[in-house]
Design a protein around this ligand. Structure first.
Ligand code: NDP
Length: 284
């Protein structure tokens, strides 16, 4: 057996509450191992009350970066030195990157979705409908707009949150955006290229379906879901039954992880390795 040149690992990880349910570490460590990187990804349970101490600890221990998940994506900002462009517009950070000794906040959720979508529908000049206006919807909307989408329709129950997101897109990006209050069954307009469920409807509920007119899904529509558990949500099954191309939430999760590894190490990992490890960890 060969002896490594150094017994010291480069440290990354994740800070969240409810960390025991987070399968991300399995795919990140699989990617590090596959690419021969002496890096580790530590899944850390961090209560809100000690987040600032935890970030100071990460600095003290020389962490190269870390992911932030619920409930730290906004609160972590005050512990950082600067924000990347899309994280600043989104107003949330899920990935901290150490650059020249500074902790920079990035957001890879929207980029993860974008990379997944690009495999079947490059969004430039496209008209896209997003269900939801929460954290995931915000990150996705901003990245789609920065990637050149022509128009985004935000469909949300809470009118204040929905119109605020449409306003953010209109004022901070070159895309146009409109808001539709989700108070009745939503019908996908003929002009729309894709429908994206960015709500939590369907999470751990295989039968739950967003309130949409299923007959408005056409065979040339792309239907995407951010929910990754179950992987095949009822929405994706209904879309497939109508001949639509569909994208599951695991693709977004895998690609946000791959982007984080790229930010931290400079190496573009093989997304297939991450996906296989994630599927294995989740038993799918
Ligand atoms: P938030 O709590 O920030 O937002 C939830 C959104 O869902 C809101 O727009 C809310 O509407 C809407 N919503 C929830 N229930 C209903 C309902 N019954 N009817 C209509 N609208 C509803 O959550 P996040 O944005 O952080 O997460 C959303 C989903 O995205 C989760 O399932 C999460 O697991 C997933 N996710 C997936 C990722 C991936 O990599 N695949 C990454 C990040 C998140 P309202 O504003 O009206 O309350």
């Amino acid at each position: 057996m060969s002896v490594p040149a150094s017994f010291l690992y480069q440290l990354t990880g994740s800070m969240s509450e409810g960390a025991a349910g987070n399968p991300t570490g399995a795919m990140m460590e699989a990617a590090f191992a596959h690419h021969g990187l002496p890096w580790r990804y530590i899944n850390m349970e961090v209560p809100s009350a000690t987040l600032a101490d935890a970030v100071r600890g990460a600095r003290a221990m020389g962490f190269r970066g870390f992911n932030c998940s619920i409930p730290h994506k906004i609160a972590v900002i005050q512990c950082l030195d600067a924000l990347g462009r899309s994280a600043e517009i989104i107003g949330a950070v899920n990935c901290v990157v150490e650059r020249d000794g500074r902790f920079i906040g990035e957001n890879t959720d929207g980029i993860g979705f974008l990379r997944s979508l690009e495999t079947i529908l490059p969004p430039a000049e496209k008209e896209l409908v997003i269900l939801g206006a929460g954290g995931a919807a915000r990150a996705i909307a901003v990245e789609l707009a920065l990637a050149g989408a022509r128009h985004l329709t935000i469909v949300n129950r809470d009118a204040r949150r929905g119109s605020e997101l449409a306003g953010l897109i209109t004022t901070r990006t070159n895309a146009s955006a409109s808001f539709v209050e989700w108070s009745a069954t939503f019908r996908l307009p003929k002009s729309a290229d894709a429908l994206i469920n960015a709500t939590s409807i369907g999470l751990y509920q295989p039968d739950a379906l967003p309130d949409i007119e299923l007959d408005s899904l056409r065979s040339d529509s792309v239907v995407a879901d951010v929910v990754f558990n179950p992987v095949q949500t009822r929405l994706l099954k209904e879309a497939a039954a109508r001949g639509c191309k569909s994208l599951d939430g695991l693709g977004m999760l895998v690609n946000q992880g791959a982007t984080a590894i790229e930010y931290w190490t400079g190496i573009t990992p093989d997304a297939r390795v991450l996906r296989a490890a994630l599927e294995h960890a989740m038993g799918v």
